[in-house]
Design a protein around this ligand. Structure first.
Ligand code: NDP
Length: 286
């Protein structure tokens, strides 16, 4: 059989909306860099139709998929088996087909940690970290953040009960890594953190920065998980107050690399993909 007649493996990102997703470009670049034969598509699932869309994707021979807003909790429920970090998060961003089952992982947290520690060169061990938000993204990143051993990690969320639930689920990880884990309301999150992470959807909704300037220590890292124009108000606010401001583009590429490595057994280089994506986002190209 000639190489060109060998069908390539099918992957996709499932979400609603999904047209804006940069995952197809990222995974196509990873495949080219590693010589893997695959195609990666977008699948728009109806808001009440995630399970049907996933079943249809499996029938087409889909080998794996990324899951984005708002289906990360439904993807958790659809999985036959989850990694420990996905189990603890209760949310899944990566599925892999094995026989007739979906195996699940959550690579958001390891992607964020890699972007902070390796790409930005900011250590988390022994630091004071403020995590804003307690939704799907915050749930996914909390375990891997704690595994780095910050001295203190505060979760501040608009709905304090959700922060409480998240903290309870991660109490043993915090203890294992010697971190003091506590919750706070957005109105009184504490002050002078070394690392401030905005995992709320406030930027996405065009809302104001959800905390006051006192959370920033001069020279701290202030990272919004969002990227593109929507992240700009938070980044400008942080930079204007003397923080080192960073968006979520690096996390996006690193979480994708982790998914790719799990699916294909080969780790793609991320720096050139991040640089190309950064140029596109900065010039407003899609
Ligand atoms: P969810 O809808 O699951 O959670 C939203 C969170 O934001 C909740 O904590 C909610 O608080 C809070 N929130 C919403 N609006 C406001 C507001 N106006 N002021 C204060 N808090 C608010 O969303 P996700 O967790 O999935 O996504 C959060 C962000 O992370 C998004 O911007 C998303 O684009 C980004 N993201 C980036 C990734 C990347 O790879 N770079 C990966 C995943 C997410 P409450 O609980 O009170 O409702």
């Amino acid at each position: 059989m000639s190489e060109s007649s060998v069908a390539s493996d099918l992957y996709a990102v499932i979400g609603h909306p999904v047209a804006h997703s940069r995952s197809p470009a990222i995974h196509t670049a990873f495949a080219a860099a590693t010589g893997q034969r695959l195609r990666y598509e977008r699948r728009l699932a109806p808001l009440d139709g995630f399970a049907t869309t996933l079943a249809e994707f499996a029938r087409e021979g889909g080998r794996g998929c990324n899951i984005t807003v708002p289906f990360k909790f439904e993807a958790f429920a659809a999985a036959a088996e989850c990694s420990e970090r996905a189990e603890r998060a209760g949310a899944v961003n990566t599925l892999k087909r094995e026989g007739d089952r979906w195996l699940a992982d959550n690579t958001d947290g390891v992607g964020l940690v890699r972007d902070i520690v390796v790409n930005a060169g900011v250590p988390l061990a022994g630091q004071r970290v403020l995590l804003l938000g307690a939704g799907g993204a915050a749930a996914g990143v909390l375990g891997p953040l704690l595994a780095e051993g910050p001295a203190e990690l505060v979760i501040a969320n608009r709905s304090v009960d959700k922060a409480q639930t998240l903290a309870e689920r991660h109490a043993s990880v915090a203890t294992r890594h010697g971190s003091a884990l506590r919750i706070a309301p957005l109105s009184a999150p504490g002050s002078a953190f070394d690392v401030v992470l905005n995992a709320t959807a406030s930027s996405l909704g065009g809302g104001a920065v959800p905390v006051g300037a006192e959370v920033l220590r001069p020279g701290c890292l202030a990272l919004d998980l969002m990227y593109g124009p929507a992240a700009r108000p938070f980044l400008d606010w942080a930079a204007g107050l003397g923080a080192f401001a960073r968006d979520g583009l690096g996390m996006l590429v690193e979480q994708a690399a982790e998914s790719f490595a799990w699916w294909r057994g080969v780790r793609p280089p991320t720096a050139p993909v991040l640089a190309a994506l950064r140029a596109e986002v900065d010039t407003g190209a899609h």
